[in-house]
Design a protein around this ligand. Structure first.
Ligand code: ADP
Length: 498
């Protein structure tokens, strides 16, 4: 009888479940449903907790009902999720008490600005994070300050604050388990990444009680057994999406790097047991396996990549994402048009919540394809700026393993390789985020004995090698940095009217 592990990726734009054949080492079925994203006010990004949970169940049930699953054994189910996005719910019933405040939401930008400089330093030292509205702590504080109903739950000790992993697990286990894993915890801005515990000083500052937060487990710990579609399924494997793809890309050695081009762009390097502290980059937990020492990662998060492609659709310049490649190639160059993708401020290495997007260099000859090309190029430039800092702090980088929806664009991957002057490698198994959760489950339930097994099954599909000269590279970068400097600090003054 074939043996399967189900991996579920609760992402930003969609929820995906995959049925992974353990012997064939491949997904035999993938189900996906999209998720709504709301923006009720400028800079706000929200999602709906019930929709996320129902979609999660729906994709898993679809997978369980496929013929392969019916005829096979389900060994376990691992989960990976969009990180930082925050929700609060009732400890007694699991009822959502707020919308999900999305990781891209900027509503707490001002709150972040108001944190004193010395405390920002303390936060970086303790949590590894650069203070930003991106992380969960200010989202939690905002919820307390803006929803008086929560006080009642708080007084009765029925308030739960969490990232989406804990919320899903809480509901899946019918309230039995209120847990998170080390990687998700490390994104809350409340977690001491050395002690692997919430930090009391931070809890006090953000006015969160310890019992309102989930307890923290390692990534391959067995969580519980649940029942779905009449089948008993072991829950095992919990990991934030970017760490999951680092794991799924088999980046287990110090200095191995992956870059995921999804809604945003996330570059992570495994730094082993060492925390590498770099100004304007984030140090974070890469993963922790049962009984082993924690591994750390250096991370650069670019907030907008695929979201820019979606924006091109929204404004009607393209119908589908795949068109972008042909249009970019048709243009031959961007006609000196530069796009700065600050659609929700700028993340690493600029961390400017007040930056706004920019399209500059347009003239009468500018065509649609120039703009589309400039948008694609901007994703490569944003990645360059992050990589530049990686290069200064990590030795012996020989390649970057890339994945995510936008990396299907060969034009972009070649442009990226040219800009970085580095080999870009695409894996055979594209579903690296799902794979991380599946591998965590496999290690937890004993199907895989160690990460060596994963290393042996990881295969390269293709790679891109740099082709341009240094002068061209320098010229392109100079133009990009000129544009970036103009988009920085474009404060969106709420009082400023059109
Ligand atoms: P997430 O996990 O963040 O939801 P995905 O990794 O699923 O993101 O990638 C989805 C993104 O990839 C979408 O924004 C989509 O526009 C973009 N995308 C898909 N195919 C292409 C392509 N060929 N060229 C450029 N962008 C693409």
């Amino acid at each position: 009888m074939p043996k399967y592990i189900i991996g579920v990726d609760e992402g930003t734009t969609s929820c995906r479940a995959g049925l992974f054949d353990v012997d064939k080492n491949e997904f035999v079925k993938i189900e996906q449903e999209s998720l709504s994203i709301y923006s009720p006010h400028e800079g706000y990004v929200e999602q709906d907790g019930d929709e996320i949970f129902n979609t999660f169940i729906s994709v898993v049930e679809k997978v369980l009902n496929c013929q392969e699953a019916k005829n096979g054994e389900i060994l376990g189910l691992g989960i990976t999720n969009q990180r930082e996005s925050t929700i609060c719910f009732d400890k007694k019933t699991g009822k959502c008490l707020s919308k999900v405040i999305g990781w891209q939401c900027r509503r707490t930008a001002k709150m972040c600005d108001e944190i004193p400089a010395h405390f920002k330093k303390y936060i970086k030292k303790t949590t590894g994070l650069v203070v930003d509205a991106y992380f969960s702590a200010t989202k939690m504080k905002w919820l307390i300050e803006n929803n008086s109903e929560l006080n009642l739950y708080r007084q009765q000790k029925n308030l739960c604050f969490s990232t989406l992993d804990s919320f899903l697990i809480f509901r899946l286990t019918k309230g039995k388990k209120f847990i998170t894993d080390v990687t998700n915890a490390s994104r809350t801005m409340l977690f001491d990444i050395k002690k692997l515990d919430y930090d009391d000083k931070l809890l006090k500052y953000f006015e969160i009680y310890r019992e309102e937060l989930p307890s923290v487990i390692s990534n391959n710990q067995i969580i519980d057994e649940i029942e779905l579609c009449g089948r008993k399924i072991k829950l095992c494997g919990l990991i934030g999406d970017q760490q999951s793809s680092l794991f799924g890309q088999a980046c287990f050695e110090c200095g191995e790097i992956k870059n995921t081009y999804g809604t945003g762009c996330f570059m992570l390097a495994n730094t082993g047991e060492k925390i590498v502290d770099v100004k304007n980059l984030v140090s974070t937990v890469a993963y922790k396996l049962n009984g082993e020492k924690v591994k750390y990662a250096l991370e650069g998060s670019v907030f907008n990549a695929g979201s820019c492609i979606e924006w091109l659709k929204d404004v009607g310049l393209i119908q589908s994402a795949s068109e972008t490649q042909e249009l970019a190639e048709k243009a031959k160059d961007s006609g000196r048009v530069v796009f700065v993708p600050a659609l929700t401020g700028l993340g690493a290495p600029y961390w400017d919540m007040n930056a706004r997007g920019l399209l500059i260099g347009i003239n009468r000859a500018t065509k649609k394809e120039h703009i589309v090309r400039a948008v694609l190029e901007s994703i490569a430039y944003s990645t360059f700026d992050v990589f530049n800092l990686f290069k200064k702090n990590i030795s012996n980088i020989s390649q970057i393993k890339c994945d995510g929806g936008v990396s299907k664009n060969d034009f972009l991957m070649q442009y990226q390789s040219d800009l970085l002057n580095l080999e870009i490698v695409i894996p055979q198994n594209y579903e690296t985020t799902l794979l991380g959760a599946v591998y965590m489950c496999a290690l937890g339930i004993g199907v895989f004995s160690s990460t060596e097994t994963i290393k042996n099954v990881w295969k390269k599909k293709k790679s891109f090698i740099p082709t341009i000269d240094v002068q061209t590279q320098k010229r392109r970068l100079a133009r990009w940095h000129k544009a970036i400097s103009r988009s920085l600090n474009w404060r969106s003054d709420e009082k400023e009217k059109n």
